[in-house]
Design a protein around this ligand. Structure first.
Ligand code: SF4
Length: 297
């Protein structure tokens, strides 16, 4: 099976068939991103994709879920995605969901009718880096969308029946705007009511602009105390009907896997307990390892 560069996937796609349909990311300029700096974006030829599907079907014909690689595979035209979906269903008849990373711009490029057809073809479980509901943060992070646009496009997905993970980043507005970021992000999440909320905390690795901005002080990182405040305030402001909170990313000070609104009080209590644990480090900036893993726990 062909695969270019490092392969990233959401943690809940561990059992899925990873199928490369694009290389790199069509946007490739988020300020914090270090995923595909040296990969020139391109679309994989359909024959190459068909060959990979046939090969995968020989190894395991029982796959139920496929995750399309790389950074924003939903950038493909609806026609190409439908062609890929047909090829998958033909060789892997048990596949129920074809998931992938998607951006707000990728949704905007598709009509309502196309979104419905994609849903009918099994496309769902989109993993979307909405990141924040605060426009100042979105501009600095160079996401290429506003909070209003994210709301409009995510609602169009829901209307078409396509479910998705709303990915948000704690600390992405920096230390001066942690409260505003929590409130604006909660407002956006409340407006779209995602089925899944994926929380990570801002961190940077060499190779992205954020890393340099953190080093030279252009971007003022949140302290441990502010990150705890932001996480608590975000959770307090959330008003959700039925959402899975997937916050076990290693970058998070308080990793949690929970359901909202069911576990809200419990989650806040847990943050309070962790605040006691971090009591002597509250004014420090977190020390991190790969994937943003916290070292000063
Ligand atoms: S859209 Fe995703 S993969 Fe592309 S640059 Fe932004 S964070 Fe990186």
């Amino acid at each position: 099976m062909n695969m270019t560069g490092i392969v990233y996937r959401p943690p809940y796609e561990a059992e899925s068939l990873l199928l490369q349909v694009t290389k790199g990311c069509s946007h490739n300029k988020c300020t914090f991103c270090y995923m595909y700096p040296d990969v020139k974006f391109s679309v994989c030829p359909i024959e190459e994709v068909r060959t990979d599907i046939a090969e995968a079907a020989e190894i395991n014909p029982d796959y139920e879920r496929v995750f399309l690689e790389h950074g924003d595979a939903f950038v493909l035209s609806a026609d190409r995605l439908l062609e890929i979906a047909d090829a998958i269903h033909e060789k892997l008849p048990k596949v129920k969901t074809i998931a992938m990373y998607a951006s707000i711009q990728n949704i905007r490029q598709k009509t309502d009718d196309e979104l419905k057809k994609l849903h009918d073809a099994g496309i769902g479980g989109l993993d979307i880096g909405a990141e924040s509901g605060l426009d100042e943060a979105l501009v600095y992070m160079n996401k290429g969308h506003t909070a209003k646009e994210a709301e409009e496009q995510l609602k169009r997905l829901t209307e078409a029946g396509i479910d998705y993970s709303f990915n948000a980043i704690i600390g992405c507005a920096g230390s001066d705007l942690w409260k505003e970021n929590a409130e604006a992000t909660a407002e956006l999440i409340n407006a779209v009511q995602p089925h899944l909320l994926f929380l990570g905390t801002l961190h940077a690795q060499k190779g992205c602009r954020l890393f340099e901005d953190m080093k030279n002080g252009t971007f003022k990182e949140c302290t441990i105390g502010q990150l705890l405040d932001e996480q608590e305030h975000l959770i307090r402001c959330l008003d959700l009907k039925d959402t899975i909170y997937f916050g076990s990313h290693p970058s998070n000070l308080v990793p949690m896997l929970a359901k909202l609104p069911k576990h809200k009080d419990e989650m806040i209590r847990h943050i309070h307990e962790m605040r006691k644990h971090y009591n002597s480090n509250l004014d420090e900036i977190p020390m991190r390892a790969a994937e943003g893993a916290i070292l000063n726990r």
